[in-house]
Design a protein around this ligand. Structure first.
Ligand code: FMN
Length: 169
């Protein structure tokens, strides 16, 4: 898929049709995630893939605003590895870059995906930590729900010239 097509037509897709996502598709999205830029190229991230129905359902129970996962074929929990990168600010920027790459890769594969917040929602973070028995140095940042799209959303033109400042404010 052409890069600008992917950027401008990606939307958050929250309805899926229960179809499974193949291992090849999951690998491609994770390769895209790990191709993202990261501070000092430390790549301080870890990924937990849920592709079993029972595990996906357990996330829905632990994360009340993750209802869209019910029809999803997979979920990817994106985490920062605080044993590698101590700065919370860099960890947020690194993982955001990885997450965006997953969203774009999903779209390029003809899949729909949605960013589901975990950090900084303390209760959700705690539930996710417990659910997956995460080590203390692993910070769960977001869950990406992924599935074959059950809705068709068009790209939106969000360019606002007033938000752009050339050479001076
Ligand atoms: C940091 C962040 C957290 C988000 N958390 C959620 C979420 O918990 N649930 C959800 O449905 N969408 C979530 N989204 C998706 C946004 O709602 C969505 O990107 C925004 O409405 C723009 O729509 P679009 O992605 O279709 O362009 C999140 C997006 C970001 C960047």
């Amino acid at each position: 898929m052409e890069t600008f097509e992917a950027i401008f037509n990606r939307r958050s897709i929250r309805k899926y049709n229960n179809q499974k996502i193949s291992n090849e598709q999951i690998k491609k999205m994770l390769e895209a995630a790990m191709a993202a830029p990261s501070a000092m190229n430390l790549q301080a991230w870890q990924f937990l893939v849920a592709d079993e129905r029972s595990v996906i359902e357990s996330i829905v129970k632990a994360v009340p605003h993750a209802e869209m996962l019910k029809g999803a074929g997979a979920a990817i929990l994106v985490c920062a590895d605080e044993s590698v990168e101590k700065s919370i600010t860099y960890n947020m920027q690194n993982t955001a870059a990885a997450i965006q790459n997953i969203l774009l890769a999903a779209h390029a594969l003809g899949l729909g995906a949605c960013w589901i917040a975990v950090h900084p929602l303390e209760d959700v973070e705690k539930n996710v930590r417990q659910l997956f028995n995460l080590p203390d140095t692993i910070l769960p940042v977001a869950i990406i729900s992924i599935g074959y799209p059950g809705e068709d959303l068009k790209g939106e033109d969000r360019y606002i010239a007033e938000k752009v400042h050339f050479n001076k404010w």
